[in-house]
Design a protein around this ligand. Structure first.
Ligand code: SAM
Length: 544
C-alpha cells in the first residue's frame, strides 16, 4: 500500500519534518491555546505604588509586601531583582476542585473540564518569570499535594530543566489518622529545584539536630572538649590507599572489615590519631572510630523525610493564625512557621533575599523574621499576595487585612487570645500595590513610581517620594539619584550632593541638559522613561 507521504513534494515533507521537530516529544502537554485566556496576562508596564500608611516601621524599609496579581508583580520584580533571589518558596493553590483556585475571577471547580490545563498555564507563566529572579546557586521550593504533583514535576522540568531537580521532600502534615479514603492522606510534597544543583549543594544549610540526635552526644570520661559521640571509620568499597593496618593502643591489629576500606588515607589517619580524635574503646582494643564533638557539629544534612514533630502540621499552623487573630477563619490554609523555618534554614543564609509570590497569610516572612531575631541575621523578604477579591466578594483584601496585618503584629508585638502580651520580633516592610501602565502611556508615569523602581533596581532600601528638586538614596560607595524636573538653579545643590558618593546613577527626563550642568566622572546620566522601558523589556512601539 502506498504511503501518504509519497504524494508530498520535497517542500511539503520538509515543512512536515520541521513541524515535528517543534513538537514536545516527552514531557507535559496542556491545552494552552484552547482554554479561556488568563486575563492576568498582559503586556503593560507594571509600576509599584508605595502606601506608607500600610507600611510597617520607619523608612528606609528593607522588606516588601506587594498586593496584586503575581504575574504583574513578578514582571516588576524582574526589572529590579533579576538574578538576585536565593530562595523562592511558593505554596500555590493545589487545584483541589474545592474552590481553592481562582482563574479569571472565578473559582475553578471539579466540573471544569479544563481545570488541569488552566492550572498548568497559570503556573507555567509565573514559573517562567520566577526563573529569571533566582541566583545561579539559588533554589525554588514548591509545596503541592496529590492533585497536581505529577503535572508540577513535569512542569518544573520544562521550566528549569530536568537537571535542575534537587529533591522531592515529604512533609507529614497530619498527626492523626485520616480514614475517609482507601488509604489516608497524611503528607504534602515540597519540590526543590535549583538552576545549578551542584552550586546549591555547596552552600545549602544544615538543619538543627533533634533532641533525640543531641542525646547521642555524652561525656562519660569528662573529656574537657565536652560531649562527644563516635562515627565509623570504615566505608564500603575498596581503595588501595585506604587499606592499611592500624594497631590500637592495646596492641590489637585492625584491617578494614571484608568489603570495606578505611574512610581516610593513612596520613589523615595519623593526623587524627595525633589530634586525639580516634577512639579504640575503653580497653584500647576496639575497632577504631572517629570522635565527633557536639560543639563542632553545625547541624545535620537535610533529608527528604520531614516528620510533623520537627516541622509542625496543619493543625499547628491553624493555631498560629488563631493565636495572632483570635480566630482560625482569618486564613484557612496556612503552613506552619516551623515548616517555613526548615525551608529557609536549607535554602538561604542570614543575609539572603527570599521571595514568596503566593504569600497568603505571610508565613514565609514570619519565619524569616523569627530566624533573624534568633540569630541576628538580616534576611530580607518580598511577599506577593492577592486580595482574593472575586465577583461575589469584591471588597475582600487578604493581602492588606491578613498578610500585612499578621506581619505587623509579629513585628511590633500583639495581645494573643488569652490577652497575654507577645513581644515583637522587630523588622519592617513597605506596602506596595502593582499598577499597570499601558506601554504607550509610560510618559505619564508618576514620579513616586519612578523613584520606587529606581531604588529597588539599585538594591537600595525604600524611601518614600517627596516633592523635592532631587531624591537621593545610597552610601559613600554608590547612590541613586532621581531628578524629576531639572531647573538650572538646582545645579549647585546637585553638584554638592554627588560628592557624597563614589558612583552616582543619576536619572532624569532630560539627561543631556542635566549632563551639561553636572559634569562629574562619578555620575552616570540615565534617561527616564527609556531606561525603565528597556529594563522592563518593552520593545520599541510599546509592547512587552
Ligand atoms: C495556599 S495559599 C498560600 C498560603 C501560605 N503559604 C501561608 O502559609 O499562608 C495560596 C495563596 O495564593 C494566593 N494566590 C492565588 N493566585 C494568586 C495570584 N495570581 N497572585 C497572587 N496570589 C495568588 C491565594 O490568594 C492564596 O492566598
Amino acid at each position: 500500500m502506498a504511503s501518504r507521504y509519497e504524494d508530498l513534494t520535497k517542500e511539503e515533507l520538509i515543512r512536515l519534518l520541521e513541524a515535528r521537530e517543534r513538537r514536545t516529544r516527552f514531557g507535559l502537554v496542556w491545552e494552552a491555546n484552547e482554554i479561556e485566556r488568563d486575563k492576568a496576562l498582559n503586556g503593560d508596564f507594571v509600576a509599584l505604588d508605595l502606601d506608607p500608611t500600610l507600611s510597617c516601621g520607619n523608612a528606609p524599609w528593607r522588606n516588601l509586601i506587594i498586593e496584586g496579581d503575581n504575574f504583574d508583580a513578578l514582571r516588576a520584580l524582574k526589572m529590579t531583582f533579576a538574578g538576585q533571589v536565593k530562595c523562592i518558596y511558593i505554596d500555590p493553590p493545589y487545584n483541589t476542585g474545592n474552590r481553592d483556585f481562582i482563574y479569571n475571577d472565578r473559582f475553578v471547580d471539579k466540573e471544569d473540564s479544563w481545570r488541569h490545563s488552566k492550572w498548568c498555564e497559570f503556573m507555567f507563566q509565573r514559573l517562567m518569570l520566577a526563573r529569571e529572579l533566582l541566583t545561579q546557586d539559588g533554589a525554588i521550593v514548591v509545596s503541592i499535594d496529590d492533585n497536581e504533583v505529577f503535572s508540577l514535576g513535569l512542569l518544573m522540568n520544562r521550566v528549569f530543566g530536568e537537571g535542575a531537580f534537587v529533591a522531592n521532600c515529604i512533609w507529614q502534615k497530619r498527626y492523626s489518622r485520616e480514614n475517609r479514603e482507601a488509604i489516608g492522606d497524611a503528607h504534602d510534597y515540597l519540590l526543590f529545584y535549583s538552576p545549578h544543583p551542584d552550586l546549591f549543594k555547596v552552600r545549602r544549610g544544615m538543619i538543627p539536630m533533634t533532641e533525640k540526635q543531641e542525646k547521642i552526644y555524652k561525656n562519660p570520661n569528662n573529656d574537657p572538649r565536652g560531649r562527644w559521640r563516635t562515627v565509623s571509620l570504615t566505608a564500603q568499597g575498596y581503595r588501595p590507599n585506604q587499606m592499611y593496618e592500624i594497631v590500637g593502643p592495646g596492641g590489637k591489629r585492625h584491617l578494614p572489615p571484608e568489603g570495606s576500606c578505611w574512610k581516610v588515607i593513612e596520613s589523615e589517619y595519623k593526623r587524627l590519631l595525633e589530634a586525639g580524635l580516634l577512639y579504640f574503646g575503653k580497653d584500647g582494643n576496639a575497632v577504631p572510630s572517629r570522635l565527633r564533638y557536639f560543639d563542632e557539629v553545625e547541624g545535620v544534612v537535610p533529608w527528604t523525610w520531614w516528620p510533623h514533630e520537627e516541622v509542625g502540621h496543619t493543625d499547628e499552623a491553624r493555631k498560629e493564625i488563631q493565636e495572632i487573630f483570635g480566630t482560625q477563619t482569618a486564613f484557612t490554609t496556612p503552613k506552619p512557621v516551623r515548616l517555613m523555618e526548615r525551608v529557609l534554614q536549607i535554602c538561604c543564609g542570614p543575609n539572603d533575599l527570599i521571595l514568596d509570590f503566593f504569600g497568603g497569610s505571610g508565613t514565609t516572612a514570619h519565619a524569616a523574621l523569627k530566624l533573624n531575631a534568633a540569630d541576628g541575621g538580616r534576611r530580607r523578604f518580598i511577599l506577593v499576595s492577592s486580595t482574593e477579591a472575586t465577583v461575589d466578594e469584591p471588597e475582600k483584601n487578604l493581602c492588606r487585612d491578613v498578610c500585612a496585618e499578621r506581619l505587623r503584629r509579629i513585628i511590633k508585638g500583639y495581645k494573643n487570645r488569652d490577652d497575654e502580651s507577645i513581644s515583637g520580633l522587630g523588622g519592617d516592610f513597605a506596602y506596595l500595590r502593582t499598577r499597570r501602565i499601558p506601554a504607550s502611556q509610560l510618559l505619564e508615569i508618576d514620579h513616586s513610581q519612578v523613584w520606587t523602581v529606581l531604588q529597588l533596581a539599585h538594591g537600595e532600601t525604600l524611601i518614600p517620594y517627596e516633592d523635592a528638586s532631587f531624591l537621593w538614596n545610597g552610601n559613600e560607595e554608590e547612590a541613586v539619584c532621581y531628578v524629576p524636573r531639572f531647573r538650572r538653579e538646582d545645579a549647585p545643590a546637585l553638584r554638592e550632593a554627588v560628592k557624597r558618593s563614589a558612583a552616582v546613577a543619576m536619572y532624569s527626563w532630560q539627561p543631556q541638559f542635566v549632563r551639561q550642568q553636572i559634569r562629574d566622572s562619578r555620575v552616570s546620566h540615565l534617561a527616564i522613561p527609556e531606561t525603565l522601558a528597556r529594563r522592563f523589556g518593552l520593545q520599541q512601539g510599546g509592547r512587552a
